[in-house]
Design a protein around this ligand. Structure first.
Ligand SMILES: Nc1ncnc2c1ncn2[C@@H]1O[C@H](COP(=O)(O)OP(=O)(O)OP(=O)(O)O)[C@@H](O)[C@H]1O
Ligand SMILES: [Mg+2]
Length: 317
């Protein structure tokens, strides 16, 4: 088997008494995206720091394209890019100067650095602001500059630690598009996030972590299939038909009355045939639905059923 671009085996990190990461295994094949999903304090940044040679693991092993993160850190650093949770942009430099500085620090060929900076500014839609100090940039522009800085030396493996946290929905969408382009170009990506929607949209595989350990993994649809439920919601024209509909649909799956007391909700396993079944039974019983909605399971449902709390719960506190 081809060796994974990113590999972790029994990775652990203790800070004194705090076990921040406990025995994490990861394998990210080249050209794919792994979403590391978990709430505040789950250990996401600590895992990224170990895999990017910033922190030494307390135990276990990590390799990037076959190079050991603990003993071959130079080889690893040449091949990775990191856009951290806290953007590493120098506020007083312009966007262009920031990128040129990174080019020098990463020992890029002298002649190509200015052109590379210009190309990245274009690509990330910040060319117009390229000669303004970064402190005048919006949050979304800073994130894009930070991402551009991680790409100056053309790394094959990219780590993005909560790339869209703190951005508004429009800024998040913009950044998702940029990340999707990188992936289309063949980058291998490890992305941490607290946003289920983000993992769902960007990641090929998702590893869910909580309290430093892996609690579930799979594709978004595998996780949803295993742990979520598709809900078919039927709104009836006549509320007095509700109880009849509820007992009728009880033969399809577990039912609930909607909060509005006008609808019946049925939990089903596979939406296609189950929806037909629901419609057929209502029709046969002469119960006319005014609307029918199918809600696919969300990763939020999955997270809730795994941990007993929502992924973004602690964010508000
Ligand atoms: N340098 C450190 N010293 C002591 N404890 C630390 C250190 N760095 C992290 N921790 C602890 O390790 C645990 C995991 O932290 P980490 O930053 O990896 O979580 P995270 O998943 O990135 O959270 P967030 O979503 O808030 O960024 C937390 O309990 C944190 O307090
Ligand atoms: Mg973090």
């Amino acid at each position: 088997m081809e060796q994974p671009a990113i590999l972790a085996e029994g990775l652990e990190k203790r800070f004194g008494d705090v076990a921040a990461v406990v025995g994490v295994d990861l394998a990210v094949p080249e050209g794919t995206v792994l979403g590391l999903l978990g709430p505040n304090g789950a250990g996401k940044t600590t895992i990224v720091r170990m895999l990017t040679t910033i922190l030494k693991p307390s135990a276990g092993k990590g390799t990037i394209l076959g190079f050991d993160v603990a003993t071959q850190s130079d080889e690893v650093r040449e091949r990775i890019g990191l856009a951290g949770q806290y953007a590493a942009v120098d506020d007083n430099l312009t966007g262009r100067e920031n990128l040129i500085m990174v080019g020098r620090l990463t020992h890029q060929p002298r002649g190509g650095i200015v052109a590379r900076a210009g190309e990245l500014l274009e690509r990330f839609g910040i060319a117009d602001a390229g000669d303004r100090p970064a402190k005048t940039y919006s949050g979304g522009m800073r994130r894009r500059l930070d991402l551009a800085a991680a790409l100056v030396h053309r790394p094959r493996v990219l780590f993005l630690d909560e790339p869209t946290t703190g951005l508004d929905p429009a800024g998040r969408l913009e950044l998702w598009t940029v990340i999707e382009e990188l992936v289309a170009d063949g980058a291998t990506l490890l992305l941490t996030t607290q946003y289920l929607e983000e993992a769902d949209r960007l990641a090929d595989r998702i590893v869910v972590i909580d309290h430093g350990g892996v609690i579930a993994q799979g594709t978004a649809s595998e996780l949803k299939r295993e742990l979520g439920n598709t809900i078919v919601e039927v709104v009836l024209a006549d509320p007095s038909d509700l109880d009849a509909a509820k007992s009728l649909l009880g033969e399809v799956g577990p039912t609930d009355l909607g909060d509005d007391r006008r609808s019946v909700q049925v939990k089903v396993l596979d939406s296609g045939p189950a929806v037909l079944d629901v419609v057929r039974r209502l029709d046969e019983a002469g119960l006319a639905p005014t609307s029918l909605k199918v809600r696919e399971p969300s990763l939020d449902d999955v997270f809730l059923s795994l941990t007993g709390h929502s992924a973004t719960d602690d964010e508000e506190t």
